[in-house]
Design a binder for this molecule. Structure first.
Ligand SMILES: C[S@@+](CC[C@H](N)C(=O)[O-])C[C@H]1O[C@@H](n2cnc3c(N)ncnc32)[C@H](O)[C@@H]1O
Length: 311
């Protein structure tokens, strides 16, 4: 699916009289549920986990868990052409499975339902680890994954790129949508945990010693605009993922590492409100890139086999 152009649905356009209104499809946003009790700290109205001394940017509260659930459905929809959309690693009856950074565990629960005998590690899965680790930590993590997999076991990772793009100039060059990717890339660099890991994840996996490396690099539509039915469905889920998650994903990063100086909570809220408006513009055809890489730990006597070429 990687590089083809997604055709927009001509029926989505509204009559001129309805300009400025939202299509029905976009009206039902995920609403927030009151946070329940978690250990951690509250800042700018969001609860964060204290994973270690310097914090991870994404909140750990019910609002963000709803976003993770939407992200789970989105990843399934973007892999719906596969016999098992939960993972692409050719593991048919895993007994030992690990899901790193599991969030509220949606993927792990689905995999456990599918393979009720599985305990852990002939498949290690990591999804949306963006912003969780420094480059050195990524190297260490992949090394640990490699060391803890059975020979012949698989590692699979799915990440999103934050750059919002389109194929048809429907998004004006000065649109706020164009600012999101570069802004967060800069904040990620400042924080020491780069966010554009779709660019580096394959190399990190190869460096750890994995072989038989495969990748799927897709355009993930944002909004109901594609003509293709399954991409339209994915786009609808993805726009909800953005609308539900944007504040949580950005508050910590922009109030700590915003450009040129850390932003106030109010500045972040205004930015998010403008982003929301732009994301709901039915005349734009935005997408972001999503990358899935899956790779195998070699058997001891195996000569490294040639991996699939990069994009
Ligand atoms: C964006 S969520 C994704 C959750 C889940 N993988 C999914 O796709 O629904 C990232 C998760 O990584 C976890 N995480 C962040 N930093 C971590 C670290 N240093 N070690 C382990 N987990 C971490 C967070 O607690 C959170 O659950």
């Amino acid at each position: 699916m990687s590089d083809f152009t997604i055709a927009p649905d001509p029926d989505l356009y509204l009559p001129a009289s309805a300009r400025g209104q939202e299509p029905e499809d976009w009206k039902s946003e995920t609403t927030s549920i009151a946070s329940s009790l978690y250990k951690g700290f509250i800042e700018n109205g969001r609860r964060y986990q204290t994973l270690r001394s310097s914090g991870y940017f994404s909140p750990s509260d019910e609002r963000q868990f709803e976003t993770y659930e939407v992200g789970h459905i989105l990843c399934l929809l973007m892999n719906i052409d596969q016999p098992n959309p939960l993972f692409n690693s050719p593991v048919t009856a895993p007994k030992h499975v690990l899901d790193i950074g599991t969030g509220q565990g949606s993927w792990a629960v689905d995999v456990a339902d599918m393979f009720p005998d599985a305990v852990k590690f002939d498949l290690i899965h990591l999804r949306h680890g963006i912003g969780a680790f420094s480059p050195e930590e990524w190297d260490n993590l992949l090394k640990q994954c490699y060391d803890n997999l059975e020979p012949g076991g698989w590692f699979e990772q799915i990440e999103m790129n934050l750059v919002v793009d389109c194929d048809d100039d429907s998004i004006p060059p000065d649109s706020i949508l164009r600012t999101w990717g570069p802004r967060f890339s800069a904040a990620g660099e400042k924080s020491g945990r780069p966010l554009d890991i779709t660019k580096t994840m394959r190399a990190t996996i190869e460096k750890a010693g994995f072989v038989d490396v495969h990748e799927k690099y897709d355009k993930w539509p944002i909004g109901a605009w594609p003509r293709d039915k399954s991409l339209k469905e994915a786009g609808l889920v993805n726009v909800q993922h953005w609308l539900a998650g944007m504040e949580g994903y950005s508050m910590y990063l922009l109030t700590k590492f915003g450009d040129p100086v850390p932003w106030t909570k109010e500045e972040v809220l205004v930015y998010i409100a403008e982003m929301r408006k732009a994301l709901k513009n039915p005349h734009y055809h935005p997408y972001q890139r999503g990358k899935r890489v899956w790779a195998r730990k070699p058997f001891p006597d195996e000569v490294a086999i040639k991996s699939e070429p990069h994009d």
